[in-house]
Design a protein around this ligand. Structure first.
Ligand SMILES: [Zn+2]
Length: 261
């Protein structure tokens, strides 16, 4: 009886896996849609992260899309990641990781201010976050800013704080005009850890997405390996199963603020 149920499960699950993988392969190579047309015009992406390693663990599909099209990518990392490690080591790891992702060192800024401690229990002051991001925006003038959403993918308070800082900039009308602000969508835990199996559903739910090819995903794993102080069994499991290594789905930081309207 149990064996029969198991065989029936396999007869449904195996075709589902194969079809999902085929859809993933197709979507990672062929991109279309109105949002995509607009997004392809952007020349400069700024990724605002909380810690060294966020760039490759969460944002690599978006970063690779810009790098592949030979556009600019900058990274602004607010904390030096010194929860338990040495700042200099984590800084070097960030630069090494970004180099593997294709981002030049002079486009990587690590703030490392005591106002932004690497601590999951600490909520950063949103006005201070807004100010440091604004200062950076005025200097580098990106077309699009990408950061976490209010749930921060993992629920880490430092991640969530960046979202609230960006939202404050927009709500106060202080963000320079012409810049699009997007958040990386946090999904439920089941979707988070089913890798490419989540891609069909994600692309039905939104057209605002970036999908990595297999070779790009392998490069993102290599970038994560540059963060040698962060390699643990659960991060290895994350690299193997997380959808964020393959797909980024984006949501507006403030609905209605981005182009195209
Ligand atoms: Zn982080």
């Amino acid at each position: 009886m149990l064996w029969g149920v198991f065989l029936h499960f396999l007869s449904v699950f195996i075709p589902f896996v194969c079809i999902s993988f085929l859809i993933y392969l197709l979507l990672s190579h062929f991109k279309s849609g109105a949002w995509r047309k607009q997004a392809d015009k952007w020349q400069h992406l700024l990724v605002v992260t909380a810690h060294p390693d966020d760039e490759c663990m969460f944002f690599s599909p978006s970063i690779f899309d810009f790098i592949r099209r030979q556009k600019h990518v900058s990274v602004l990392c607010l904390s030096d990641g010194t929860y338990m490690q040495l700042a200099d080591t984590r800084k070097k790891e960030l630069y090494d990781s970004c180099r593997i992702l294709g981002i030049q060192e002079n486009n990587v800024q690590l703030v490392g201010d005591s106002c932004f401690p690497d601590d999951p229990s600490r909520i950063w002051n949103e006005e201070l976050v807004a100010r440091i991001i604004l200062k950076h925006l005025l200097i580098i003038k990106p077309d699009v800013v990408l950061t976490f959403d209010q749930y921060g993918i993992s629920g880490h308070n430092n991640h969530c704080s960046i979202y609230y800082g960006c939202r404050k900039l927009l709500q106060d009308g202080r963000a320079p005009s012409g810049i699009n602000f997007y958040s990386l969508e946090t999904t439920n835990i089941l979707r988070k850890y089913v890798s490419f199996l989540d891609i069909p559903l994600s692309t039905v739910l939104t057209s605002k997405c970036y999908i990595s090819t297999i070779s790009a995903a392998i490069r993102a794993v290599r970038a994560m390996c540059a963060h040698s102080t962060q390699i643990t069994w659960y991060r290895i499991a994350y690299l193997m199963f997380s959808r964020y290594m393959l797909i980024n789905t984006l949501v507006d930081v403030l609905p209605g603020i981005n182009m195209p309207r």
